[in-house]
Design a protein around this ligand. Structure first.
Ligand code: GLU
Ligand code: MG
Length: 444
């Protein structure tokens, strides 16, 4: 395994007026929840050098909150959570809530070498392989939908819905800006109480870091404003889904975009179409990483504008991979604008692992597959010929039985993921779908 890259510079200088009392070192686990440990701010410098203690079996905790029965790590072993200084995020004091500084951390052995099951390092390794084997860098951004519970009813996409969320909305945009997350859009969405927030594209590791941080900053601010934010995939079986759409573009090592070719279908270059072929071909297994929770597939069904099938479609919101629009109004070259949107993810997935799986699939496509067929805007796609799994159990089985996908990560990491997710499935399968949705809304 490669050593850690040199730590970056803090992106978010101490922003609040008060020095925080606590520093929290955080990781995101296999069920997509942010967990970690706090230390007094006075120990900040020493903790940045030495990290804090952590336990391998912490990776085997289910969304339901217990360690899975066949936990491969047992009760032994010790790790360190090693903060990446470049992820410093200050949440300023607010009313009764004191300031806190968050760091995202890698999970390392006691001697500091990377742990082969660390989700963040899995993304770092995938990106390093993409650079070394294909000469490419990935630029990404995560677009999050969530529901604010506790607000009166309002019309989809309306100004009224925007204003009902105040002062939460304006406070959120300010907080994200202060934290260096580069907020781009804040919008009232379609579903009841649903909103969406997007951040600007950036290098892929930072983009996934932002996804981890954004979910916590949203939930924390909502709590402080007397609301509850939930990113659960769907709140009732018949409701509107909360998607996490992952925007992807590729550049060469000099930063020149490589996705665009005006002479090819959809304006997508050959390398872009090969990268897409990897994702489309391994889509069923990929959803085992990106839509892995018991209610993920209530959202991920045809005609819900989530992802209705495993294909790439030009400006098509039913496609697994949407070729996003470009516009001359932006006055930037088309090649700089063009990006692919992977739509089959939700916030129960770990952003580092979801993105790492997409990189691994795309890299495999670049090296081994013919360019994917692009379904034009005038065509609705391949219909039943390219189905996604029908439910989460099928997605997990597809992940386990796809030999290419099964080779992407450390076998213990994959086995633990499958065990944890199957445990959550069996815990909730006795419930009616709406009750399962409620349980997931409480957790996420
Ligand atoms: N709510 C949809 C989803 O579950 C996305 C709708 C949109 O295109 O913004 O993915
Ligand atoms: Mg949306």
């Amino acid at each position: 395994m490669p050593p850690f890259e040199p730590p970056g510079q803090p992106t978010s200088p101490a922003a609040g007026d008060a020095t925080p009392d606590l520093v929290f070192l955080a990781t995101c686990d296999l069920v997509g929840l942010t967990r970690g440990r706090a230390v007094p701010f006075a120990d900040h410098e020493s903790v940045l050098r030495g990290g804090v203690g952590w336990v391998p079996a912490d990776l085997a905790v289910t969304a339901g909150g217990h360690i899975v029965d066949d936990n491969a790590f047992g009760a032994t072993g010790d790790l360190r959570l090693v903060a990446d200084p470049g992820t410093a995020t200050d949440v300023p004091a607010d009313g009764d809530a004191p300031a806190v500084r968050l760091y995202l951390a890698d999970q390392a052995h006691l001697d500091g070498t990377p742990w082969s099951c660390c989700p963040r390092d899995a993304l770092r390794s995938a990106l390093s392989d993409l650079r070394e084997r294909a000469g490419l860098r990935l630029v990404a951004s995560f677009e999050h939908e969530f529901v604010l519970q506790g607000l009166p009813a309002s019309a989809p996409m309306s100004f009224a819905r925007l204003r009902l969320a105040e002062p939460f909305g304006s406070d959120l945009v300010r907080l994200l800006d202060l934290a260096g997350l580069e907020p781009e859009n804040w919008l009232p969405e379609y579903g009841e109480g649903q909103y969406e927030v997007t951040t600007r594209p950036t290098d892929a590791l930072r983009a996934a870091d932002r996804a981890v941080l954004l979910r916590e900053l949203v939930r924390d601010l909502a709590r402080r404003r007397g609301l509850r934010a939930t990113f659960a995939p769907i709140l009732t079986a018949a409701g509107t889904g909360n998607g996490v759409h992952i925007h992807l573009s590729l550049t060469d090592l000099d930063g020149t975009p490589v996705l665009h070719d005006p002479d090819r279908p959809g304006g997508l270059s050959e390398i872009g179409a090969r990268f897409s072929a990897g994702i489309v071909t391994h889509a069923r297994a990929l959803t085992g990483w990106t839509a892995p929770s018991p209610t993920s597939f209530l959202r991920l069904a045809p005609h819900r504008w989530s992802a209705g099938g495993a294909y790439i479609g030009e400006r098509n919101r039913e496609a697994l991979l949407r070729i996003c629009p470009t516009t001359p109004l932006s006055r930037t070259p088309v090649a700089d604008q063009l990006n692919l949107e992977y739509r089959a993810a939700d916030a129960t997935a770990n952003p580092w692992l979801g993105l790492a799986a997409l990189v691994r699939a795309g890299l495999h496509g670049i090296r081994h597959y013919e360019p994917a067929r692009v379904w034009p805007e005038t065509h609705s796609g391949p219909g039943d010929l390219a189905p996604l799994p029908g439910d989460t159990g099928e997605a997990l089985d597809a992940l386990e039985s796809d030999p290419v996908a099964a080779s992407w990560f450390d076998p213990t990491l994959l086995a633990t993921h499958l065990a944890v997710r199957r445990q959550d499935l069996s815990d909730l399968e006795v419930l009616k779908p709406d009750e399962a949705c409620r349980r997931m809304a409480d957790v996420y």
